[in-house]
Design a protein around this ligand. Sequence first.
Ligand code: C5P
Length: 221
Amino acid sequence: ALGRALAGKRVLVTSGPTHEPIDPVRYIANRSSGKQGHAIAAAAAAAGAEVTLISGPVGIPDPAGVTTIHVESARDMLDATEQALPADIAIFAAAVADWRVAGAADQKMKKGEHGTPSLALVENPDILATIAAREIDRPQLVVGFAAETQNVIAYARAKLAKKGCDLIVANDVGGTGVMGGDANTVHLVTADAVESWPTLPKAEVAARLVEHLAALLADKG
Ligand code: C5P
């Protein structure tokens, strides 16, 4: 069904969690599986695009036919994303850690040497907002995700404006096992429209999203 809708186009996808080091053996992470982002990368490749997938640490294989770059932290993910430009479409499906540990230790912290440590956190760069604000090499379509547990559409609209992206794929993660699960319920939110899809397998969400983005890109000329 996808045909060659994205033949000759370059697509960049971020996926998975990030790991923010505490010391060389410990980190802060989140429950993102990478399933939705990886499925989008695979669907874009199936539609004929040249795809770069920038993946945080996940337990699933690299999709076939996709150039996959593995990163750990949010800062590494930003660097890899900037290096992967230019792209026609950029899709930010990664669950990037909002904070990292300030002054992560470069040796393993030993129990009993400094009492119980406390972790000071500092904010990570926002990769999506950084790329959307670029004057040079801004992708024609910049797509963000918004995982919310309430007021999904309203928060997505606010996020669209705040991050400067063209489309937000909003999903309600309040219910049953979206994170790590195989199905997703999404709403496509732009400045002037909302399109809500039924609950679908993540591969189907990916295929429909790629089709939708190919049409949007074609409209842009
Ligand atoms: O603000 P929030 O984390 O809810 O925004 C989610 C969207 O922003 C996702 O598309 C995510 O990939 C992206 N993001 C990012 N860099 C961050 C935080 C979020 O690219 N540091």
